[in-house]
Write a protein that binds this ligand. Structure first.
Ligand SMILES: Cc1cc2nc3c(=O)[nH]c(=O)nc-3n(C[C@H](O)[C@H](O)[C@H](O)COP(=O)(O)OP(=O)(O)OC[C@H]3O[C@@H](n4cnc5c(N)ncnc54)[C@H](O)[C@@H]3O)c2cc1C
Length: 418
């Protein structure tokens, strides 16, 4: 069991970093930071991963998302294939390709994907039919496959990072919703629903769909995060044996299906309905839409929907990530906007966030720092950053030039964890 703090009401505890949100974003950042900081990870729910992290399609594939996401996806691959010894009880990655189907009217889109994508092979209609026996004759004019993709064991990944946090003397506080976040005397005071107060010079906002709400609690301006609902439903595709099928994606991303638990299929209409942050539930119309779109392509009879769910994929206004110091609130670090890629980018993202906060050179990932800087959403930003030093904004050159200096505001007062 991870360390809980439910019986420490009104106690004030001091840390180097308080991370808000124990989904995959907060868990990976907290685990990496705990290597050399005292870290508290606060989670509003009784279970870490209750929201979007526990509701994903669990895939890693490279040809997805903007350039910053692709860089982190690529950088994360080695971790999934070879996690550190003892990190998880079994392998995290299980090979599964991603096949993209293009109707005749989508061939131009397929052409663009093949031209700009990485690791893609073109497939003829005949090759697709051999790979996907349920494919309706005449539906796909051509396609492509990313063979080197894989399923991720998300639960093992998430639990592995939470265990790493514990092993590094970090604290996970479940049922601790951050309610009041104030800065006094160079320290954030985070008061939670359980009555405890967590103090630290740095707060990391990894609250997923609630990112703008957490910023408002801290007096920081919102960046305009847009939580978008995505729906999944589980069906029995019998008589088809789908275990070895690839994930099948419409090249225009209007629907997809993915084998689930050996004999089932997850169907999604790839919906992106904007909504406020909450415990989102599936809409029956979206479930029906997903099945209808799938059935135009695949001759699969659906007798009943065994289970359906929805999760909120949260995007910044330009679709790229927002990792970095706030423009005005000192010591307030954003780690939001993971969209539909938060799992596959998480190992490298957690390391990058820890490097940025610790003032370490992030190596090749320095190339994406300007693109993911949250200060791009504030026109009044002077570019100086608010992490406590001129370099702490982390915009590329600042990090590389820092020579490994601590970027923590009030760093002199911060002891590092043993
Ligand atoms: C249907 C679907 C399919 C997907 N498929 C994939 C995929 O194949 N591959 C992939 O990489 N990604 C996929 N994603 C996206 C991925 O799941 C997300 O990008 C990722 O889970 C986001 O993680 P997070 O930690 O930012 O958010 P969350 O998991 O939502 O975590 C945020 C946490 O913050 C907590 N919180 C909020 N406010 C407070 C507060 N005030 N105090 C304390 N805690 C708070 C919440 O309770 C929550 O637990 C999919 C998503 C969906 C919905």
């Amino acid at each position: 069991m991870l360390c809980r703090m439910n019986d420490q009401s009104a106690e004030t505890r001091r840390f180097d970093v308080v991370v808000i949100g124990a989904g995959i974003a907060g868990a990976t950042a907290a685990a990496h930071l705990a290597a050399d900081h005292r870290v508290a990870l606060l989670e509003a729910e009784a279970a870490a991963g209750y929201h979007t992290t526990g509701r994903s399609a669990s895939m890693w594939f490279l040809n997805y998302g903007p350039a910053d996401v692709r860089a982190l996806t690529a950088r994360s691959r080695a971790f999934f294939e070879q996690p550190p010894p003892g990190f998880a009880p079994h392998g995290l990655a299980h090979r599964r390709g991603v096949a993209f189907l293009a109707r005749a009217d989508q061939l131009a889109e397929l052409g663009r994907m093949l031209q700009t994508g990485a690791g893609l092979a073109e497939l003829s209609a005949a090759e697709l039919a051999r790979m996907i026996p349920a494919l309706r004759p005449g539906y796909a004019a051509a396609g492509a496959i990313e063979r080197d993709a894989f399923d991720i064991d998300v639960a093992a990944l998430h639990q592995g990072f939470l265990a790493q946090l514990r092993a590094r003397a970090g604290v996970l506080a479940l049922r601790h919703r951050a309610g009041r976040i104030e800065r006094r005397g160079g320290l954030w005071q985070v008061a939670t629903s359980e009555g405890g107060v967590f103090q630290a010079p740095v707060v990391v906002n990894a609250a997923g769909a609630w990112g703008d709400e957490v910023a408002a609690l801290a007096g920081a301006a919102p960046i305009g995060l847009i939580p978008r609902r995505r729906t999944g439903a589980i069906i029995d595709p019998a008589p088809f044996a789908v275990q070895d099928w690839p994930l099948i994606d419409d090249v225009g991303h209007q629907w997809y299906v993915r084998p689930e638990a050996r004999t089932r299929l997850m169907v999604s209409p790839a919906d992106e309905t904007p909504m406020h942050a909450h415990d989102v539930q599936p809409d029956e119309l979206d479930v029906a839409l997903g099945i209808d779109r799938m059935q135009q392509a695949l001759a699969i009879e659906v007798r009943r929907v065994e289970r359906s769910w929805a999760g909120l994929r949260s995007f910044t206004p330009d679709g790229s990530l927002a990792f970095g110091w706030d423009a005005a609130a000192e010591g307030f670090f954003w780690c939001v906007g993971q969209g539909g890629y938060g799992i596959q980018t998480s190992p490298a993202a957690g390391q990058l966030v820890a490097d940025m906060i610790s003032g370490r050179d992030p190596g090749a990932l320095a190339a994406i720092l300007l693109r993911i800087d949250p200060r791009r959403f504030f026109s009044h930003s002077d570019g100086a950053g608010s992490g406590g030093s001129a370099a702490s904004g982390g915009a590329g050159a600042g990090v590389a030039a820092s020579g490994g200096a601590m970027f923590l505001p009030g760093a002199a007062a911060c002891s590092t964890a043993a």
